[in-house]
Design a binder for this molecule. Structure first.
Ligand code: SPV
Ligand code: MN
Length: 654
């Protein structure tokens, strides 16, 4: 179990600042008058001590405090262009940032939870003892900002005043990390004290790129100290490793929901978006998918885009509804395959003047234009990418093709620059009312494009059972892996504890208006459905149909076929929705997508069953669900054979 404030507070120990008087003396020696005036308005003693200890530990030449003033943001941007962390592109307010070639995704092998003795963590996470982490921080972070400026921002993970918003300090010597943070999180400097009071806590994040050389990346580390809700990150710049409010703090938020807010809150790796249904009604979705599996695209397909990566979810006791906020207010989105056809809302912001965009690790061509694989334009003759000069056909030393851009190249921009962003709803402290929860993965051969759980328990099981192919978002990841709730890389504690919290939340008697829970899969291939090859059976624009059908279903406006794993759509309903996007939808495609390949589904259940059996404290309920579903699937196979058509599924359901 998790205990807060247990063991040595590494930051306090290495910094050595024990009281407010010492903190003030240090501020006076390190901050100029303008910054002293700013810090003096902050009253929260814990926050002041954290900052003072970070200064004492990292020993920067200067400290710059970032308030809500756009002048402060402009100053940091100016510095970023001066130091070269960002460079201007052809379009106004568009810049390029490169991370080192070794630092192009989350450094999972160098990411650790700091644990106290006897503390158990997730079976798929890495841990380091408090003593070892303490020694590392002492050795590597003392004086790490010598010659650099420390930037301190007071941010919020969510709209001011929302029940599930959590304030956080972002302390870094990287201007790029700060300019990214400025787009992704709300600066709440003037109400930081009040937000901490409301929430009861805040998270602390300290990062330094240090010398920022390739040879230092092997010693880079990303630590999450769960007990002290503090993250440390060194010798890297990729935002997933350094913008610690994102996945670093998401992990603390998962802990908070799992151990301290049971049956009250969830913290999920989910997009949030709304769909407008018949009569103009709005139905909001929260959907999980592993990194690099289409969350951003899905979110922007909605009519009311709220967020593309994270969701803080809670039960509102007064209305009995499930509600959600986006802890972020910006997008750190993957660029590969983003083009006019699939992502029109995003594409316009990437190709036209009008909003601030930070591109990372793409190719910059001779016209100073950012280019990426799958952008839908003619391939340029040459350019510069994260590895240096590039031209088509360039090979690595061992003969592999070097792609034009890294598959995890990203763009960072404000949500409000996206045309279908519903700012009013996204900024509301009431959040949006979630009526549909989805879970998806990169699953080439097993699950249908869409299926709806028959109960809350079976919905939790859909989340628990996500399987997905590895993507470029994690350095060194390969193969097809279990990805429980698409949140597993960010679940610090035992998976059993998290699963239990999910069952309790969705079964809570406090929810009067239960959401529907569904599985989604965009990645079925021809080869897995009687055809040949890896060509997908669907395309990006189909997402609108899948969401559209769920919108109808959530409001009781779509019939469905009952199967052992859940409800699947009827052909006629989908056909109408495909008509709406002006796309042919032959019955033969429907049959391919929704026939059950029983052996695959059963193998999937067996895989999950076996794996969860090895984990600790897994609720028995999940095994019962797997057992019931498997038995019913095998009964179908007995009657109809290994491939069961939709007609047979319908007949069996009668
Ligand atoms: C992800 O990989 O899930 C992301 C980007 O959203 S980051 O976590 O910041 O690497
Ligand atoms: Mn993510």
């Amino acid at each position: 179990m998790l205990e807060l404030m247990k063991g040595v507070d590494i930051l306090a120990d290495v910094g050595g600042i024990a009281d407010l008087a010492a903190a003030k003396t240090l501020f006076e020696s390190k901050l100029d008058d303008a910054n002293l005036v700013k810090i003096k308005t902050i009253k929260n003693e814990d926050a002041l001590l954290k900052i003072a200890n970070a200064i004492a530990m990292c020993d920067p030449d200067n400290v710059f405090i970032i308030t809500e003033s756009r002048d402060d943001a402009a100053y940091v941007k100016e510095q970023s262009l001066k130091t070269g962390e960002e460079k201007k592109l052809a379009i106004k307010n568009h810049t390029i940032h490169y991370d080192l070639p070794e630092d192009q995704g989350r450094l999972v092998k160098q990411t650790f939870y700091i644990v106290n003795e006897d503390e158990d963590i997730s079976s798929i996470a890495k841990k380091e003892s408090r003593a070892d982490a303490h020694a590392y921080v002492k050795e590597n972070m003392k004086g790490i900002m010598k010659g650099l400026t420390m930037y301190v921002a007071f941010l919020n993970r969510g709209p001011i005043g929302a029940k599930a918003s959590i304030p956080a300090l972002m302390i870094t010597s990287s201007t790029y990390v700060q300019t990214s943070g400025d787009l992704l999180y709300r600066n709440v400097f003037s109400v930081f004290d009040a937000e901490v009071e409301r929430c009861g806590t805040f998270f602390t994040n300290i990062h330094s790129q240090g010398t920022n050389r390739s040879e230092d990346v092997p010693k880079a580390k990303i630590y999450m100290d769960r007990s002290w809700q503090t993250c440390y990150s060194t010798f890297c710049t990729y935002a997933g490793n350094t913008l610690l409010l994102k996945k670093g703090n998401h992990r603390f938020a998962v802990d908070r929901a799992t151990y301290f807010k049971v049956e009250e809150e969830l913290s999920e790796h989910m997009f949030i978006t709304g769909m407008t249904g018949p009569g103009g009604r709005k139905t909001y979705f929260a959907g999980a998918a592993p990194s690099g599996c289409g969350k951003t695209t899905t979110a922007m397909v909605g009519t009311d885009f709220i967020g593309d990566d994270l969701a803080q979810i809670w039960i509102d006791d007064a209305t009995g509804t499930v509600r959600a906020i986006n802890p972020e207010c910006g997008i750190f989105g993957i660029l590969e395959d983003v083009n006019e056809a699939g992502d029109p809302h995003l594409m316009v912001r990437l190709r036209k003047e009008g909003t601030t965009v930070i591109f990372s690790n793409v190719l910059v061509d001779e016209n100073n234009k950012p280019r990426w694989v799958g952008d839908g334009e003619e391939i340029p003759a040459k350019g510069i990418n994260f590895q240096g000069e590039w031209s088509p056909g360039r090979k690595t030393a061992d003969g592999k093709n070097v792609p034009m851009s890294h598959p995890n190249s990203r763009c960072t921009l404000l949500c409000e620059s996206i045309d279908n962003y519903n700012k009013e709803a996204a900024e509301s402290s009431d959040g949006v009312h979630i009526q549909v929860v989805t879970y998806s993965g990169r699953d080439s051969d097993t699950m249908p494009p869409i299926w709806v759980a028959k109960s809350m328990d079976e919905g939790v099981a859909i989340g628990a059972s996500i399987v997905s192919a590895a993507t470029a978002t994690e350095v060194g990841a390969v193969g097809v892996n279990r990805q429980p709730w698409a949140n597993a890389p960010f679940i610090p504690g035992a998976l059993g504890d998290y699963m239990d919290a999910q069952f309790r939340f969705f079964n809570s008697g406090k929810i009067k208006n239960k959401p529907i829970m569904a599985g989604l899969n965009y990645f079925l291939t021809e080869g897995a459905r009687g055809g040949e090859g890896k060509k997908l059976l669907g395309e990006k624009k189909d997402v609108k149909v899948w969401l559209g059908w769920l919108e109808l279903r959530a409001n009781g406006d779509a019939e469905a076929i009952e199967t052992p794993i859940g409800y699947i759509p009827m052909y006629e309903d989908l056909k109408k929705l495909f008509d709406g996007i002006k796309k042919e939808y032959p019955k033969s495609l429907y049959s391919k997508q929704f026939s059950f390949y029983i052996d695959n589904i059963v193998a999937r259940i067996d895989l999950q069953n076996e794996a969860f059996r090895k984990d600790e404290r897994i609720p028995e309920k999940i095994f019962e669900i797997y057992k019931t579903q498997k038995a019913a699937l095998l009964k179908l196979k007995e009657k109809y054979g290994p491939v069961v058509s939709v007609e047979q599924l319908a007949e069996a359901a009668k």
